[in-house]
Design a protein. Structure first.
Lengths: 73, 363
């Protein structure tokens, strides 16, 4: 069964959310990765990077603020 | 209309549209009165504001530049419209203050921030080339730290009111430039306005402010960043922001040629010196400091408008750095580097290396 990896990149400056996402992608060949971020800028940066790496990307706004980006492959 | 505009600006084309706008408007501001190849220079303008407030007393570089107030307010308005106004702070503010301080010293050794480096290149000032090479080297050093876990730590959501501080500062600066109040005997008390030199050269306030607001708005939407552009290209082979810089340089080149402001060569360039080594080294320091702080000076102004208190602290560091650069003979002049500029550059690079090595965080 594919595992779900969670990355908490909230509050990190550019480009650290993308770096943390890259680290997670390198450890995971398939499955789901959840990336938590707090700005739309990070949502777009992480999404663009993950799409370029061949992952399907969606995101949702969290009730407590911030966003959860879901990467699937 | 706002939605369609936002979609365009947050798409692949966003940084390109912003780059074209900056590339056309910056040379136009020079045409309208701003100093040569200094249509927009975030570092020089912060330095001019420091002078106008009397934080340094270099009589030729004192003016309240409305462009920078416009950057903050344009970004503030845009972030309110699009729900991205998010006050936040707490990511090593004092370190960011000194990164801003040294980024400014590096910029004043080169005589320009990355924005002006690209503008100078587009106007044929070949002294910009060692500057841009130095900038790239500084960014690469910063990237090495980022790959090895460098982090200034997380910021945290803050009260709404925290984010109002910089917009209020921006409005106050606009009041100062419009009313030109004097806080004491003429010539000895702030607000200072240069009577000659670059500080006396300025486009009409309304035009400067309008351009600042417009670019602040565009850059908030598109995340335009002159340092992030090279960083993302090198780290992730991501051309998104880099395309914006190419668009910026091409648009500025065409506009400068059309306005008769293009002059190819090293000698006699406006507000520039020809010392290759320190043109490069100044920008190594700036590039490194901006990379460690997460973005170029323009981007710091934009983020401060979105409510980022750490970016605001970085800007205050820049202001303090500008004052120090002129009070301590660190800033260059067209004659060459200031007496203690090279030494201060080395001190700044050492500071940044310490920050890079010592500040790591396991996420």
């Amino acid at each position: 069964m594919a595992e779900t990896v969670e990355v908490d990149a909230r509050g990190l400056s550019c480009p650290q959310p993308v770096i943390e996402t890259k680290k997670a992608i390198e450890k995971t060949s398939s499955g789901e990765i959840h990336v938590l971020v707090d700005t739309m800028t990070s949502v777009m940066n992480v999404s663009r990077f993950a799409k370029n790496q061949g992952w399907k990307v969606s995101y949702e706004e969290l009730p407590e603020g911030g966003f959860k980006i879901v990467l699937r492959k | 209309m706002f939605k369609a505009l936002s979609r365009a600006l947050t798409s692949r084309s966003g940084p390109i549209l912003t780059g074209v706008a900056v590339g056309i408007l910056a040379p136009l501001l020079t045409f309208w009165g701003n100093p040569g190849n200094m249509g927009i220079c975030v570092a020089c303008f912060t330095r001019d504001i420091a002078g106008a407030l009397g934080l340094h007393r270099a009589a030729t570089v004192q003016y309240i530049r409305p462009e920078l107030a416009g950057f903050i307010l344009g970004s503030f308005i845009s972030s309110l419209i699009y729900g991205e106004y998010k006050p936040r702070t707490g990511s090593s503010p004092i370190v960011r203050f000194f990164l801003g301080f040294f980024a400014m010293i590096g910029a004043l050794v080169f005589l320009g921030c990355p924005w002006r480096a690209y503008i100078r290149l587009s106007a044929g000032d070949l002294n910009a080339i060692p500057g841009i090479v130095g900038l790239a080297i500084g960014i690469v050093i910063g990237i090495a730290f980022l790959w090895h876990g460098f982090s200034l730590g997380r910021n945290y959501p803050a009260k709404k009111a925290l984010g109002y501080i910089m917009p209020v500062v921006a409005v106050t600066l606009l009041v100062f430039v419009l009313l030109r109040p004097s806080f004491g005997p003429e010539g000895t008390s702030a607000i200072f306005f240069s009577k000659e030199g670059p500080g006396s050269m300025a486009a009409p306030v309304a035009l400067s402010l309008a351009v600042g607001l417009f670019i602040g708005f565009l850059a908030q939407r598109s995340r335009f960043c002159t340092v992030g552009a090279l960083r993302d290209l090198i780290m992730f082979k991501d051309f998104h922001l880099f395309n914006g810089i190419i668009a910026f340089i091409v648009a500025a080149f065409i506009t400068n040629v059309l306005l008769g402001q293009f002059k190819l060569g090293f000698e006699g360039q406006p507000i520039a010196h020809t010392n290759t080594l320190w043109n490069a080294m100044g920008m190594v320091l700036s590039g490194l400091a901006f990379t460690l702080a997460g973005g170029c000076p323009g981007r710091q102004f934009i983020m401060s408008g979105e409510g980022d208190g750490d970016a605001a602290t970085f800007i205050l560091g820049m202001l303090f750095g500008a004052a120090t650069a002129h009070n301590f003979s660190l800033a260059s002049s067209p004659a060459g580097p200031g007496m203690y500029g090279p030494a201060a550059t080395i001190v700044g690079i050492v500071f940044c290396l310490f920050v890079g090595f010592l500040m790591k965080e396991k996420i």
